[in-house]
Design a protein around this ligand. Structure first.
Ligand code: UD1
Length: 422
């Protein structure tokens, strides 16, 4: 198992290229199941989660070829000969459940393992099931698997979700493209990854309107055709690297970044005293003088502050002047980075879904353990600002969502290396 060693090394400066979005790619890939013609994705990120989705699609009979050092994924689903998404793959990654909608639409049946809980919460599938049931699917839970069937095909319907789930919106969006008639999804999620999926589906011949708003209308068509689509920029990777100069001082340009992907996050950076400037290549972020100010943050569905940047923002707030409250509203158990940051000298008090952080003058390097993807990168950010050496173990979490993290941070002057520990 590898570890990452970070040593606080003062201000950072330079440029960081931002990759294609993991979460967009993970929903664009199953869209291949909707058509017997090829779907090619460009600007794909090189991550272990993408390999897991590749493995899952291949297990269903799809062809997935990785080209250009993994940045191009050429997929074809002309021969889907298995309709069972096996527990052994699904348990590795919850996004595996995104094959349910497309398989149901294309084949009329699908068997998908329930993903089970994960470190950040229970994460049930009820919203997916309710929405697909509204489209005429019959779904039953047997032996830990969802058995879904749409005899005579899916039928368009008006459905309002109880909560704007990202994954359920994506499953319904894909399923409804091939349903008979019109589907109106109310209280839909508005994340940029959903707009990216809708853009790709439109290129494949789908008729979709309203993506990016909370009401999406999909007019079903008989078949979808092939397409080529570039994956949208990863707003979470973007936000993460924007925090490097915020926490260490200095100035970094994040190439490919756009304000509209991280609007609520930029408002908080501004309140904390960090400047963000749009350039013709991306976003330039700087902290030139003084300490960061403490700001309260509440996570919300897009366009609110993303839960996937909460751990990284907490790392910044650990070094801020004053106290603030971070409230986690999306997942019930997403403060596991707090005790690890405390080992580095941070002052954090967690009560249920709320963490009160009181900034300290300096964090101190320590051995820490990552518990999930975003938690691990928050520990690296904290390590960049700490005095001495921080050793982050269980780095495999990072490989799920950050490509070339060591190289990208070294290029802006960080002292960081990856080492093999047994
Ligand atoms: C996606 C992202 C993840 C991000 C999350 C919230 C991907 C691959 N992952 O996850 O990085 O943190 O959005 O922005 O895109 N819920 C239910 N019932 C359901 C579905 C969800 O109660 O059927 C709950 C979940 O337990 C959670 C909340 O709704 O508390 C948000 O989940 P959801 O929006 O579905 O997130 P994901 O699509 O799993």
């Amino acid at each position: 198992m590898d570890s990452i060693i970070v040593t606080g090394n003062g201000p950072v400066s330079g440029q960081i290229p931002i990759a294609g979005a993991k979460n967009a790619c993970l929903t664009l890939m199953p869209a291949t199941l909707l058509s017997d013609e090829p779907l090619t994705l460009t600007n794909a990120p090189r991550l272990s989660d993408i390999k897991t989705m590749t493995e899952l699609l291949q297990s269903l009979g799809a062809e997935v070829t990785s080209m250009s050092d993994g940045q191009v994924l050429a997929m074809s689903s002309h021969n889907i000969d298995n309709h069972i998404a096996d527990y052994d793959i699904v348990r590795k990654m919850r996004a595996s459940n995104l094959v349910l909608g497309p398989m149901l639409a294309r084949l009329g049946h699908a068997v998908v393992s329930l993903p089970g809980g994960c470190a950040i919460g229970a994460r049930p599938m009820d919203l997916h099931i309710d929405a697909l049931t509204a489209l005429g699917a019959e779904i039953e839970l047997k032996d830990g698997y969802l058995h879904a069937e749409a005899k005579g095909g899916l039928k368009g319907a008006v459905h309002e979700m109880r909560f704007a789930s990202v994954g359920a919106t994506e499953n319904v969006l894909m399923a409804a493209t091939l349903a008979k008639g019109t589907t109106v999804l109310k209280n839909a999620a508005r994340e940029p990854e959903i707009v990216d999926l809708a853009d790709c589906l439109r290129k494949m011949g789908a008729q979709i309107e309203g993506d990016g708003t909370s009401e999406i209308t999909i007019q079903g068509v008989d078949r979808l055709h092939g397409a080529t689509h570039p994956v949208v920029t990863d707003r979470i990777e973007l936000g993460t690297y924007m925090l490097a100069p915020a926490i260490c001082g200095g100035e970094v340009e994040c190439l490919g970044g756009r304000i509209e992907l991280v609007g609520a996050f930029c408002e908080k950076l501004d309140a904390a005293g960090i400047s963000v400037e749009e350039t013709d290549k991306g976003l330039k972020v700087a902290r030139k003088n003084g300490r960061v100010r403490a700001v309260d943050v509440t996570t919300e569905p897009f366009p609110g502050f993303p839960t996937d940047l909460q751990a990284q923002m907490m790392a910044l707030m650990c070094t801020a002047e004053g106290s603030c409250v971070l409230e986690e509203k999306i997942f019930e158990n997403r403060f596991m980075h707090a005790p690890e940051l405390t080992r580095m000298g941070a002052r954090i008090d967690v009560h249920g879904g709320t963490a009160t952080v009181t900034g300290v003058d300096t964090l101190k390097g320590a051995p820490v353990m990552a518990t999930d993807l975003r938690a691990s990168v928050s520990l690296i950010l904290a390590g960049l600002a700490a005095e001495g050496e921080t050793v982050v173990s269980r780095v495999y979490h990072l490989d799920r969502g950050y490509e070339k993290v060591v190289q990208k941070l070294r290029n802006i002057g960080a002292k960081i290396e990856r080492v093999k520990t047994s």
